[in-house]
Design a protein around this ligand. Sequence first.
Ligand SMILES: [Mn+2]
Length: 470
Amino acid sequence: MDIKPDRYTFKNKFEMAVSQFCDLSSQFQKVIAISHNDADGISSLHLIQNLLYRMNLSYDYFIYNRSVSWQNYLDGIFSQRNTEKTAFIFTDVGSNLNELIPIIRERNEKFFILDHHEVESDITLDQHPENLMFVNPTLYGFDGIDHIAGATLTYMFAKAIKPQIIKQGWLAVIGIAGDSLKPMDQLRSYNREIYEELVAEDVIKDREGLILFGGMHNSIRNGLRYSILPFVKQFGGDTSNSIENFLTNLGINPEKKVSKLTESEIQKIQEHGNFESYGNYAILPNKRGLLRYAFEYALLLNILCFKNISAAVSIIQLQNITRYAKKIYYNYISSLARNLKIISRKLPRFETDYAIFIRIQGKIPPSNWSDTASFSTVNELFNPYKIILLGGLERKSQTIKLSIRCTRKFLKRNNGIGVNKLISKIIKELGGTGGGHKLAGGLRLSRASYKRLKENIDGYISLLLEEAQS
Ligand SMILES: [Mn+2]
């Protein structure tokens, strides 16, 4: 599974893409940027827009949310002129080459794909069509989360063409924060290198302290209440006075900002609150309020991408948060903290050697199932060596709807068998619909199949493990 990244070969391909884009740019009459609908994607898009503006190229942009096939999506964008004077740049999307290559082969436009998602294709690089430049570091052994975010790759590309892009490097840090969900001291490889470069150039500031992601901009009282990374079991989602009392007893003003706490206050909070959460976080000096904090900014963008995509695209240009966005942010974060509290304390579960089933129907609204599942795994609220299946009966369809998650620890222990492989196996054995990637996915099943799944899940996983070994 673990291969050492091949920097040299990756760098070669990367530089080829840069020089090809530069060489051809004088022939481009229009560039169409397509990016992913999340914080990393929106940051990548904004970096590309900055680059194209500096190159005096005219451009359009589109956001792809994977709800339709690439064929359907691009049919709506392609122009009849079909000319090599148009270029497409995909950022943070575009690695589904099984779908994309047959489409690109039929076109005359030039395609540049800069992505860090796992490649879905059996087509080897030397079989790529000539009008495609495909740059994806995961092909060379890099990890698409820890080593290089989509916005990191986009930043490197844009900066190689226009060095002044460094001033926009804060966008890459938002992409990293949104995709990695980790304190900045845990960054590796290119993510780490560009982060250090941006700190050295004063584009961003690196701070060390108590990490309560989701509430870094807030008072310590709200920080403990709304933090979703870590979710602090004793305080998260709490609406009583217990956080105030806890802090006052320690001699700490509950209204003090998380970022202003002293070392000794931080120590006391961790010791008496029974949690450990210390590390580095990024500050964006040109922004105000919540937007100064890279993680919270990224979280806000991720939320807005689902609620209101144009608000997401516009807030990347703003210095300060809007009232509208603030309201959405607090609604989201307070319900997520409440849901994590519910799920970590009360709910009945059915546990096997490999899996934990949790019924949350009636306790948590179905629209929140997916995020609750994700953050419960990231926070390791359950045994990280088991797959989590969270959900219940959906009334209108009378089917069982499940959000399925696993951790990297699970993948590592089980030979790379993760959520997507399990889902395919279940569908093959029991029917149903669904899909996903290694760490996360969703599935719909009949009630009868769900019952059989609970009985047979360990058998399915054992079979997958045997197949992986042979
Ligand atoms: Mn990404």
